[in-house]
Design a protein around this ligand. Structure first.
Ligand code: HDD
Length: 717
């Protein structure tokens, strides 16, 4: 069965005149489902009511355990297409032929929160891809951040217990800003590089369609001669990497906690299919010793200057799931699901993952037959001697379920060389519980990350550390973190320490204090030799130079009231929609407003339901009555001021400029000229100039945010 006909199987097509009878799960048509069977109209319900019991029993068992991490997520179907063959490096068929398409299912997620938690938590985003290849299932279970908190899987339960809500009171939900998380990481110096990423804008994406993806762990590609290359996998979003600001993230969590889920769903429904480029970095086995990082260390990136990206293909998501539970909830990813041509490395984090995911599916989905669920089934046939178990669907025929056999003509046979054969890697050494000294550089790449951020990004990292650590009650934890930041960059430490009311020592003194603390609390992976990346340029670590030439799928609010100049609205709207943006008219109420030309204009949102944080930009058109009415609406003025404070593009034409002036985004006494000098604020008093404004507005929206805006701090929004 292909993934496409899975949906047709269980449900007959419905429509007028073709609506099947309601049945029990045994297929018996039900006469009345609205009343349970009672002994008299006012009497007790009878145990005999098998229809009621079946319905309630099924309901009682509807929930399965949520994922222990990555519980909150959303998925989509699509395809992967090869654009540049990788056949020189791997025998994996789905990566070899240019133009070949492979079906995929992708699930995005946050890590720490429960299933119902907000999408906008400051957190890592999961980016898990299931490829239904001709050689079986390949799962690439990655994140939107290329490194991880820990180097060894044995610490995973610890880091997760530390970041999840605290065990005594289950607080806080979906947030790392609490004592236990920072206590743990302040005693785990290998986390420092990852902390830089998690405190950066990467952790608060604008959209799941605008995140990068990384396989994080190092794998091996195996070529036709059995030669191995170490490999790292990358996804680069076509729309660029964009984020919201932290104040916005917190507000979105209240206004629409399904913000990312809805955004992904709607983009696919509109046909604006999310797309990523797939690329690899490879290092031939034997050459890995040439680099300052250890290829097996999951807390390190391979700077692109040292190991360039090679494009391989593209990923397109073009179909929403039909049923959230059956597909997105029941999909089971396992890094151990590899196909011939791809093998593991000895990365100790990956090695532990190879066990954990299969194990967790047994507890989550309740059966070793989880691979038979439609979303998890490979496209190619499964044939082996595994039998039975809870909820077995496959009906294996005949008496034989063993090998070797002659009664079934020896079937199924081993595939030999064309099957999966583990890379014959040479192993040596004693059994030990110790880490390679090559894993000891905990700060070199944290500093590389910091150095490659633009100034606004640096400020956001400072703000994020300051926010999170201000929420930490234990002062000793805050101090340890400032000492750790000192090891990354003294200025970074100073900027954070200032917000915490702490002072900063030089690196040596801070390290001495840290070592004493770590000794006190039994830390076993203290830093070793620091590697120097001083000559390395790594612009890929920053989001500053990302794609900024499109407004496709951006959401724009148009604030209107009765008397709005409809011609101005039409002109701006047509320029925006031509660029693929989505325009929503926001009015004082849901009643259509009267345009100045007498025509009605139906709003999509009212000022009571909309909020600037749900839009990428705002436009205020002219029309004297409309502008006068909006100036009297505090929510409208706040809408504009808040968009300004979040560095968004703002446009106004004609009298609409008066609404901007009244919103307080220019200091009292400021003129229209001052207003239009603000980066990303565009407008014109003459209605005839609306086309010109439209073009400037499109550019301003495509730029995403205007970080060079100076007057933000004083705007009360
Ligand atoms: Fe994990 C889920 C990504 C380390 C154990 N992980 C999970 C998901 C993603 C990742 C995207 C959600 C999959 C889905 O949508 O169903 N995990 C990562 C990455 C890691 C990582 C990129 C570091 C390189 N994980 C990691 C370790 C362990 C786990 C070290 C345990 C030793 N992860 C799990 C899990 C989950 C999981 C408990 C929970 C639900 C699931 O597997 O299916 O087994």
């Amino acid at each position: 069965m292909s993934t496409d006909d899975r949906n047709e199987k269980d449900e007959a097509p419905r429509g007028p005149g073709n609506c099947p009878d309601l049945t029990t799960n045994q297929g018996v048509a039900v006469g009345d489902d609205n009343n349970s069977l009672r002994g008299g109209a006012r009497g007790p319900t009878l145990l005999e009511d098998f229809i009621l019991r079946e319905k309630i029993t099924h309901f009682d068992h509807e929930r399965i355990p949520e994922r222990v991490v990555h519980a909150r997520g959303e998925g989509a179907h699509g395809y992967f297409e090869v654009t540049n063959s990788l056949k020189k490096l791997t025998t994996a068929k789905f990566l070899r032929k240019v133009g070949q398409k492979t079906k995929v299912f992708v699930r995005f997620s946050t890590v720490a929160g429960s299933r119902g938690s907000t999408d906008l938590a400051r957190d890592v985003r999961g980016f898990a891809v299931k490829f239904y290849t001709e050689d079986g299932i390949y799962d690439l279970v990655g994140n939107n951040i290329p490194v991880f908190f820990i180097q060894d899987a044995t610490k995973f339960p610890d880091v997760i217990h530390a970041v999840k809500p605290e065990q005594d009171n289950e607080i806080p939900q979906a947030a790392s800003a609490h004592d236990t998380f920072w206590d743990f990481v302040s005693l785990t110096p290998e986390s420092m590089h990852m902390l830089m990423w998690v405190m950066s804008d990467r952790a608060i994406p604008r959209s799941l369609r605008m995140v990068e993806g990384f396989g994080v762990n190092t794998f091996r590609l195996l070529d036709e001669d059995g030669k191995a290359h170490f490999v790292k996998f990358h996804w680069k979003p076509k729309l660029g990497v964009h984020s919201v600001v932290w104040d916005e993230a917190q507000k979105i969590s209240g206004k629409n906690s399904d913000y990312h889920r809805l955004d992904l769903w709607q983009a696919i429904e509109r046909g604006q299919y999310p797309e990523w480029e797939f690329a690899v970095q490879t290092i031939p086995e034997g050459e890995e010793g040439k680099f300052p990082f250890d290829v097996l260390d999951p807390t390190k990136v391979w700077p692109e200057q040292m190991v360039p990206l090679q494009k391989v293909g593209r990923l397109v998501l073009d179909r929403n799931p039909d049923n959230f539970f059956a597909e997105t909830e029941q999909v089971a990813f396992c890094p151990s699901h590899v196909v011939p041509g791809i093998d593991f490395s000895e990365d100790p984090l990956l090695q532990g993952r190879l066990f954990s995911y299969l194990d967790t599916q047994l507890s989550r989905l309740g059966s070793p037959n989880f691979h038979e669920l439609p979303i998890n089934r490979p496209e190619n046939a499964i044939d082996n001697n595994q039998r039975d178990g809870h909820m077995r669907h496959m009906i294996n025929k005949g008496p034989v379920a063993y090998s070797p056999n002659s009664l079934a003509k020896g079937c199924p046979f081993h595939a030999g060389a064309k099957g999966f054969n583990t890379y014959p890697e040479k192993m040596e050494g004693k059994k030990v519980r110790e880490r390679s000294p090559r894993f000891g550089d905990h700060f070199g790449q944290a500093e590389l990350f910091w150095r490659n951020q633009s100034e606004p990004e640096k400020q956001h990292v400072v703000d994020a550390f300051s926010f999170e650590l201000s929420k930490v009650q234990a002062v000793m934890v805050r101090k340890r973190m400032v000492d750790l930041l000192t090891q990354v960059d003294v200025q970074l430490a100073e900027r954070v320490a200032k917000n915490l009311g702490l002072t900063v020592d030089d690196q040596a003194a801070a390290m001495k204090r840290l070592k004493a603390e770590w000794a006190k609390y039994g830390v076993t992976s203290p830093p070793g030799q620091r590697r120097d990346y001083d000559d390395v340029k790594a612009p890929e670590l920053s989001m500053a130079d990302t794609v900024k030439d499109t407004i496709e799928s951006r959401q724009i609010a148009v604030l209107v009231a009765d008397g709005v100049d409809g011609a101005q609205v039409d002109a701006i709207k047509s320029a925006l929609t031509a660029g693929g943006a989505i325009v929503e008219v926001v009015a004082p109420t849901m009643a259509p407003v009267k345009r100045s030309d007498g025509k009605p204009l139906a709003p999509q949102q009212s000022l009571r339901t909309a909020a600037s944080v749900l839009y990428d930009a705002v436009y205020v058109p002219g029309g004297a009555d409309s502008a006068a009415a909006l100036k009297k609406e505090g929510v409208a003025l706040h809408f504009v001021a808040e968009a300004f404070a979040h560095y968004k593009a703002i446009a106004a034409t004609g009298d609409g400029l008066d609404v901007l002036l009244a919103s307080g985004i220019v200091p009292p006494g400021g003129s229209e000229a001052d207003l239009l000098k603000e980066p990303g604020v565009v407008g014109a008093r003459k209605p005839a100039d609306v086309q010109q404004v439209a073009q400037q507005f499109v550019k301003a929206i495509a730029a995403h945010r205007h970080w060079d805006r100076k007057n933000v701090a004083r705007v009360p929004a």
